[in-house]
Design a protein around this ligand. Structure first.
Ligand SMILES: Nc1nc2c(ncn2[C@@H]2O[C@H](COP(=O)(O)OP(=O)(O)OP(=O)(O)O)[C@@H](O)[C@H]2O)c(=O)[nH]1
Ligand SMILES: [Mg+2]
Length: 592
């Protein structure tokens, strides 16, 4: 058995016996305030519980039926996945029965029971028939019904049995999930400080855990925990919990705030939703969004036929797939439910952006899906996706950066193309700085450039370069090449003489290897230069008055005919220079 407690909210018209029923089932008083008991009217949420069988407890969140207290009712049912719809036998289906059912439907509550109360005052059958017909049209669908009489105690054993069957069908909580505890009450206990209560729907809380307070963006420690009136050191979902927090004043927290596993939930004031219920075009420009135990004013910007952007008066900790309710408080009208599609949507700057956005939203399901999010976001941090409620399984490319597959293929192709183009534009530099590559590929982080590099590209001294041939050659050859590089620093076109090559241990085999990996450019037998020198020669020759003779070229390059003649012939073959009938040459336009 996964969890020992389940939470069920009551619902129904004022005075239909919700609190009386909870009292009869639990022996506890759900009307906590003296004023409630004096007036015989529930004003705020009440909490009570009873063990149905060993190891299975049901906790009730008892809500007020009076239409003035609908916001309190919504805070009660918001975080709870099951409902007990209460209808009095002697009054039958009433306006608040309908409004409460509309709220449950908007919130997509799928598990419930229908209880016909006050069965001692009238035949329960007509009320039962009507209630069942109303419920059948909603997310609750077909439910069991039980008729009870609180004073006589009739029907209570049957109700306990029906509740047991209901709880057996409820989905099991995910204990590994991050905590988001919607606060429904906060109070102070002398000597202990601030205590908040709520329904823990998923995850686990322990004394000593750090929790983030959504509205404050601040973390604090859990000093003590209670569940169902008992002190506990840890508590698993599903549970009613009271959390004693360190260093928090009572006025800093209120209903609608939330305790979170730190850094695991996205706080957002802008979200895109799918609306279920009234057409989006009929929504008022400003509504109340009820979600969890929170109620926050929201501006509505219609996007598609059933999608809209909501801008909240203050941010809430939200995830993809969260279900909320939209209400027009002026008209006392529940407009419908809404499913959160995106908690980090792009800004809509231009008019056309809204239409494009509507097309994107039309495809979204509200089920957090890694591949769908990756496709739209291309590159995203794993933490950010997880904060939105997405379970991530693909490995990050670098750090915690995830890159979508086709985007990855595009980047792998684009990076060498960019580096090659950059080389053409900057022939004398070893390669583009990493940050230049990052910007050109529109990557959010330099670590991604490093991760995208594949041989022969690598980084050296903060630049993307072709893997140095020195990396691929035997150590003695690589060392000899480094010395050669030093020799040629001052006079890059003074090719080493045979004696120097012998001295460096660069025989024909070593030279051939160096040429093969591109570490040396061979002009002719035994005449080698560094590979960059060919491009440098072209650049230098282009600066001469055109056309020029071999001697003029030799002087410009500060070298001898042994090098100048084969070098010019190589440039002729590459099409960099053109040899004229009088043996002079000119640099072809456009090759600089
Ligand atoms: N005869 C009879 N009276 C009942 C029964 N259940 C409730 N009542 C009476 O109905 C009245 C309203 O009961 P409550 O339990 O306060 O109703 P409620 O639904 O909690 O009302 P709100 O919370 O204000 O919406 C009280 O006077 C109860 O004594 C019942 O089974 N039989
Ligand atoms: Mg009541």
């Amino acid at each position: 058995m996964f969890a020992s407690t389940f939470v069920v909210a009551t619902a129904g018209h004022v005075d239909h016996g919700k609190s009386t029923l909870v009292r009869a089932l639990t022996g506890m008083e759900p009307d906590r305030w003296a004023e409630e008991r004096r007036r015989g009217l529930t004003i705020d949420l009440g909490f009570a519980w009873t063990e149905l069988r060993p190891g299975m407890t049901v906790a009730f969140v008892d809500v007020p039926g009076h239409e003035r207290f609908v916001p309190n009712m919504l805070a009660g049912v918001g975080p709870v996945p099951a409902a007990l719809v209460v209808v009095a036998a002697d009054e039958g289906w009433m306006p608040q029965s309908a409004e409460h059912l509309a709220a449950l439907h908007a919130l997509d509550v799928r598990h419930g029971l229908c209880v016909i109360t006050r069965a001692d005052l009238a035949d329960p059958e007509p009320a039962r028939r009507q209630a069942l017909a109303e419920l059948a049209r909603t997310s609750l669908g077909e439910v069991e019904t039980v008729a009870v009489s609180a004073p006589a105690g009739t029907g209570l054993p049957e109700l306990r049995a029906a509740l047991t069957r209901l709880l057996d069908r409820l989905p099991e909580p995910v204990l590994a999930a991050p905590v988001r505890l919607w606060i429904d009450r906060s109070f102070t206990i002398r000597g202990s400080g601030t205590v908040v209560t709520g329904t823990l729907a998923a995850g686990r809380l322990r004394v000593g855990d750090e929790v983030e307070i959504a509205s404050l963006g601040r973390t604090t420690g859990i000093r003590a925990l209670q569940s169902l009136g008992q002190p506990v050191s840890e508590v698993d979902a599903v549970a009613r919990v009271a959390v004693n927090l360190r260093g928090i004043e009572r006025h800093e927290l209120r209903r609608g705030d939330a305790l979170l596993t730190p850094r695991r939930c996205q706080l957002t004031a802008v979200l895109d939703v799918r609306v279920h219920g009234d057409p989006v075009a009929d929504l008022p420009a400003s509504v109340m969004l009820h979600l969890g135990s929170a109620a926050v004013a929201a501006r509505v910007r219609p996007l598609g036929a059933d999608t809209a952007r909501l801008t909240l008066a203050h941010p809430l900790p939200l995830r993809i797939g969260d279900r909320g309710l939209l209400r027009d408080p002026g008209r006392h009208h529940i407009s419908g439910g809404c499913t959160v599609l995106d908690v980090a949507p792009p800004a809509l700057a231009r008019r056309r952006a809204a239409a494009a956005r509507a097309a994107v939203l039309a495809e979204l399901t509200g089920r957090p899906d890694e591949q769908s999010e990756l496709r739209r976001r291309r590159i995203v941090r794993r933490d950010d996706l997880e904060r939105m409620g997405v379970a991530v399984s693909s490995p990050p490319l670098a750090g915690d950066w995830l890159v979508e597959q086709t985007e990855l293929a595009r980047l792998h192709a684009e990076l060498p193309r960019f580096v090659a183009a950059w080389h053409r534009a900057h022939p004398l530099e070893p390669g583009p700085p990493v940050d230049v590559v990052r910007q050109a590929l529109r990557l959010p982080d330099r670590s991604l450039v490093h991760a995208l590099l594949a041989p022969p590209l690598t980084t050296r001294a903060g630049r993307v370069v072709h893997a140095g041939p020195a990396d691929a050659l035997p150590a003695p050859v690589a060392e000899a090449l480094e010395q050669l590089q030093a020799d040629l620093e001052a006079r890059p076109f003074a090719a080493p003489m045979t004696e120097r090559l012998v001295e460096l241990g660069l025989g024909p085999r070593e030279l051939a290897a160096a040429v093969r990996v591109g570490a040396l450019a061979q002009l002719t037998e035994g005449v080698v230069l560094l590979p960059g020198s060919i491009q440098a020669a072209a650049t230098a020759l282009a600066e001469l008055p055109q056309p020029f003779t071999v001697s003029e070229a030799r002087r410009a390059l500060d070298t001898t005919r042994r090098v100048a003649v084969p070098l010019l012939e190589l440039l002729d073959r590459k099409g960099v220079t053109v040899r004229l009938p009088d043996d002079r040459r000119r640099v072809r336009a456009g090759t600089r």
